[in-house]
Design a protein around this ligand. Structure first.
Ligand SMILES: Cc1cc2nc3c(=O)[nH]c(=O)nc-3n(C[C@H](O)[C@H](O)[C@H](O)COP(=O)(O)OP(=O)(O)OC[C@H]3O[C@@H](n4cnc5c(N)ncnc54)[C@H](O)[C@@H]3O)c2cc1C
Length: 395
């Protein structure tokens, strides 16, 4: 923790510090500067003070004994009675990470009637599956779910906790990280585990222009969320191993401040992340009506359609159909991009698709760096031809 302290005997109340602060975080009270909640402790005010009346104080927190924290815990989310596939993807990653260190992979299930999923998890190489199964956990209440996971984490001390970056996971993981006063990195795209159990959490930062490597060096556990379809699920094994460990509900669940007064389920929606075939329209499309040929091509291929962000900004499609950093990550068997340049914020979220066909009139478009098949041509010529050929093939 760091903070800015004011040396009253040196301060003349000139206000230069206030003027220098880029965050508007200094207020003058009785002629003396006071830092408000916006202070980022950047230290610019310290440098601006001609009297050297401001100092940056840093307190070094004691480092945790890392040897006490082993294994990786995966939160296996169950939503709508279904084991969310992101949990299996995280188990796959956890197995890769733990193998060199000889650590175990553990999983935790929280909910009502979730016990049946524990049996399924035994086929994925998990050593222990902790189960918090109780009608009181029937609906997601962040504090109650966090209480269960906190209970298990305190019992087994995993060095890493992986959570899917779903709506539920995004609510749960920060609460847990706060309870352990430790670090959380959201939306990791790559994870590596050092010998000293520091997790290198890699994710795009600054609008996707750099890949940041984030490490939590002094605290444990290390929390990371990963989006669906970013990691590979392991193959389901024939043999079931691993121990199912029913856990008693911690007292805190009964003390939850939230209660559920009713639930209105939304009609089930298809997600572009689940599509095996995707046809994507980009800004190369000149008008909204031209999206019709993207829909037609997708339908003829038995797939779904998606867009790049500019089309969402124009109001031609909803965000649910957007591929990219601020949209969805996809990994279909086949993706055909039409008039998409392949900016990093787009390409980083589809580059792992099995087969990428890109149609773009600019041979230097970055989409061709990730494409397996490059069609350098006018989409208004190529897409109708593809549609024609597919229709011919049907008759
Ligand atoms: C923080 C941040 C987050 C972002 N998140 C996302 C995101 O989630 N998803 C996303 O998509 N973008 C995102 N962006 C925006 C991204 O940087 C790009 O601006 C965007 O992806 C460009 O979309 P595009 O490829 O459709 O358009 P453009 O870059 O304008 O490319 C259009 C392409 O169409 C080609 N073309 C034009 N006419 C034709 C034709 N007749 N036939 C064939 N080709 C043609 C052109 O050669 C060009 O390559 C984000 C940006 C930031 C800063």
């Amino acid at each position: 923790m760091a903070k800015i302290a004011v040396l009253e005997r040196k301060c003349t109340g000139c206000g230069l510090c206030r003027a220098s602060c880029p965050f508007d975080a200094i207020e003058m009270t009785d002629g003396r500067p006071e830092m408000n909640a916006a202070c980022r402790v950047c230290g610019i005010c310290v440098k601006s003070c001609p009297q050297q009346a401001l100092v940056k104080l840093e307190t070094r927190s004691a480092s945790v004994d890392k040897t006490q924290w082993k294994d990786i815990l995966v939160f296996a989310e169950v939503s709508g009675g279904r084991l969310h596939p992101v949990g299996l993807e995280l188990i796959g990653k956890a197995r890769e990470l733990t193998a060199p260190l000889g650590f175990k992979v553990r999983a935790a299930l929280v909910g009502s009637g979730v016990g049946t999923h524990a049996e399924e998890l035994r086929h994925y190489g998990v050593s222990e599956i902790a189960v918090y199964d109780d009608p009181a956990l029937g609906y997601f209440r962040a504090d109650a779910y966090a209480g269960c996971l906190e209970d298990y984490i305190r019992a087994v001390k995993p060095c890493v906790v992986l959570v899917g970056a779903t709506s539920l996971g995004r609510s749960l993981a920060p609460r847990l990280a706060t309870r352990f006063r430790t670090g959380l990195t959201a939306d990791c795209t790559k994870l590596e585990l050092r010998e000293n159990t520091d997790l290198v959490q890699i994710r795009p930062a600054f609008g996707g222009n750099i890949m940041a490597q984030i490490v939590t060096t002094n605290t444990r556990p290390q929390f990371a969320t990963v989006r669906y379809k970013v990691m590979n699920p392991p193959a389901r094994g024939e043999e079931a191993d691993g121990v199912i460990l029913p856990r008693k509900l911690p007292k805190s669940v009964g003390e939850s401040k939230a209660s559920c007064v009713g639930v209105t389920p939304l009609p089930p929606k298809k997600s572009i992340s689940d599509a095996e075939i995707l046809v994507v329209g980009g800004r190369g499309l000149q008008k909204e009506g031209d999206l019709a040929m993207i829909h037609t091509l997708a339908a003829l291929l038995g797939g779904d359609w998606a867009v790049s962000r500019p089309l969402v900004e124009k109001g031609w499609a909803t965000n649910e159909r957007q591929i990219g950093l601020s949209g969805r990550t996809v990994r279909p068997k086949l993706i055909i991009t039409c008039g998409v340049s392949g900016a990093i914020q787009f390409a980083s979220c589809m580059k792992d698709s099995e087969r990428i066909v890109a149609i773009n009139s600019d041979r230097n478009a970055p989409i061709f760096d990730v494409a397996h098949v490059a069609i350098v041509d006018d989409l208004y010529k190529v897409v109708p031809e593809l549609i024609e050929k597919l229709k011919e093939g049907r008759t």
